[in-house]
Design a binder for this molecule. Structure first.
Ligand SMILES: Nc1nc2c(ncn2[C@@H]2O[C@H](COP(=O)(O)OP(=O)(O)OP(=O)(O)O)[C@@H](O)[C@H]2O)c(=O)[nH]1
Ligand SMILES: [Mg+2]
Length: 212
């Protein structure tokens, strides 16, 4: 899959502002600071399309990006300790509203720093996705921080803590671009399997019996 010019579409804070996508939409979620915005920049071949920050908890809105054949939604990071309880509850509600429209979400990428074990929040996120039968892939980010050998070990360990097969965890680096091709292949597969935006014109079920 080739990515052309990527455009930021809009930010949304509330349910009413969430987009009804007309093409497959992939949601990017993960702990604060896990590298969500960096991943979007990597896929878009841009440095500062999605704002990244060394201080966690920066993306507080759902930011939508148009990648041509699909959309990416950068979700607010969870699990950032230094926010108030009200703020956390607000984020949980935002995520809940976002995922409530299941038919709008083609796939979810759950990002987790390759060096860290999945947090309680990560595990909760995965059981949430499992419960709602939302398809997801785990992305082990910042893999440039480890040698290739250590990366393979960590991918297996992360997969096992999430109760997944190692094939469901992709190691990626926003720094070196490692894993980008694998990720693009995954996205191609997601886009081709999605029914959203796949031409439904032509014969519709309603009309098929109305002819003569
Ligand atoms: N070495 C390295 N650093 C990375 C990588 N991805 C992200 N970072 C760094 O990690 C920090 C957080 O990255 P962001 O992309 O802003 O993380 P985020 O998940 O969008 O964070 P929030 O929006 O706060 O939830 C930044 O300092 C990035 O430069 C990577 O692949 N390799
Ligand atoms: Mg971000």
């Amino acid at each position: 899959m080739k990515i052309g010019e990527v455009k930021f579409i809009t930010s949304a804070a509330r349910k009413e502002q969430f987009l009804r996508p007309d093409k497959p939409m992939i949601a990017i979620c993960g702990k604060s600071n896990s590298g969500k915005s960096t991943l979007i920049n990597l896929l878009a071949n841009r440095k500062r399309l999605a704002k990244t920050s060394a201080s966690p908890g920066r993306t507080r809105l759902v930011n939508y990006f148009d990648f041509g054949e699909f959309l990416l939604a950068d979700l607010p990071g969870y699990g950032y300790a230094a926010v108030s309880r009200e703020e956390k509850a607000k984020w949980a509600k935002t995520l809940d509203c976002f995922f409530a429209r299941k038919e709008d979400v083609a796939h979810v990428f759950v990002l987790s720093d390759i060096r860290r074990d999945p947090s309680a929040d990560d595990l909760q996120m995965l059981s949430y996705l499992n419960f709602h039968i939302l398809p997801f892939t785990v992305i082990a980010t910042k893999c440039d921080k480890l040698s290739r050998m250590k990366q393979n070990v960590r991918v297996r360990e992360i997969a096992s803590s999430f109760g997944l097969g190692a094939g469901n965890v992709i190691a990626v680096s926003g720094e070196t671009g490692q894993g980008k091709e694998l990720l693009l292949n995954k996205i191609s597969e997601i886009v081709s399997l999605s029914s959203v935006g796949a031409g439904t014109d032509g014969e519709s079920e309603e009309n098929s019996e109305s002819e003569e």
